[in-house]
Design a protein around this ligand. Structure first.
Ligand code: B1M
Length: 211
């Protein structure tokens, strides 16, 4: 559809204000939030990703596209969250040490909150110890780690190790996700659940918390 193409193009150009207006227009016209997110904004971000890889755009352009994406997500947030049942459960979430990518992590957080889970967001560049301390302090059932780089995803093995060393392995479920991750990698490092996207991560989290 034309409006989704325009959303994708505005995102690529990093026009945050125009993007917000167009996302609102799409909502007002009755388009559902998931379609706007996946077929508009994420399509645009994927194109930026390919151009970034091919050196057709550089970090500043990617950053302004990411800023526009976050602005669009803010408009969609109430819709992505709505319809959730109140569930019991606490999740500690963060992007692993050395990794500054947070858009996917933020989406996972929104979807989990939409299911009624309490999410403690540690942000980006989170050390294994920070995950463990936050899980202990908050009595969380789940530690959720996001990574976007093939180099930083290796940090997840350290997270599992530090959780074991802290003696809380039987108290927390370790969830992992992010573009370079796989089910096989999840198994190989002794984590519990790999989710390919934010919606399935929220479903899995709800199941873990027994709701
Ligand atoms: Co970066 N970057 N980046 N970047 N960046 C990638 C990831 C890259 C694939 C681009 C490319 O080359 N095509 C590439 C990684 C290559 C690799 O590792 N093999 C890359 C690189 C190389 C880099 C730098 C090293 C570049 C440089 O400086 N030379 C640098 C590293 C900085 C660092 O982290 N230390 C860097 C920097 C940046 C910016 C800061 C400019 C910016 C991030 C801004 C921000 O996040 N606030 C950025 C961006 C935006 C990207 C791309 C273009 C888009 C990522 C994104 O937000 N996608 C990306 C290319 C791409 O992915 N196409 C790229 C949208 C988001 C919704 O998807 O995060 O995958 P995603 O989340 C998905 C799923 O993965 C899943 O749910 C979401 C969908 O529902 N998911 C989970 C995510 N976390 C989950 C956790 C779960 C479950 C599911 O459970 C816990």
């Amino acid at each position: 559809m034309e409006i989704l193409k325009e959303i994708s193009e505005l995102l690529q150009k990093g026009k945050a204000d125009n993007l917000k207006n167009l996302v609102q227009k799409a909502i007002d016209e009755g388009m559902d939030a998931k379609t706007i997110m996946e077929e508009g904004m994420m399509t645009g971000m994927n194109i930026i990703g390919v151009k970034f890889k091919n050196n057709e755009v550089y970090v500043p352009e990617v950053l302004i596209a990411a800023r526009a994406m976050n602005a669009g997500i803010e408009i969609l947030k109430p819709l992505l969250e709505s319809g959730g049942v109140q569930a019991k459960g606490k999740v500690v979430i963060g992007t692993v040490q050395g990794d500054l990518h947070d858009i996917g992590k933020n989406l996972v957080k929104i979807m989990m909150e939409g299911k009624g889970l309490e999410v403690i967001d540690l942000g980006i560049d989170v050390s294994p110890e920070q995950y463990v301390n936050a899980a202990k302090e908050n009595n969380a059932q789940i530690i959720a780690c996001s990574a976007l780089l093939t180099t930083t995803m290796l940090q997840m093995e350290n997270v599992v190790k530090v959780i074991c060393d802290a003696g809380i392995r039987d108290k927390v479920t370790i969830m992992i996700g992010g573009a370079p991750l796989t089910e096989n990698y999840c198994k190989s490092i002794g984590a519990d659940i790999y989710s390919p996207d934010a919606a399935s991560a929220a479903e899995e989290a709800i199941a873990v918390c027994g709701n």
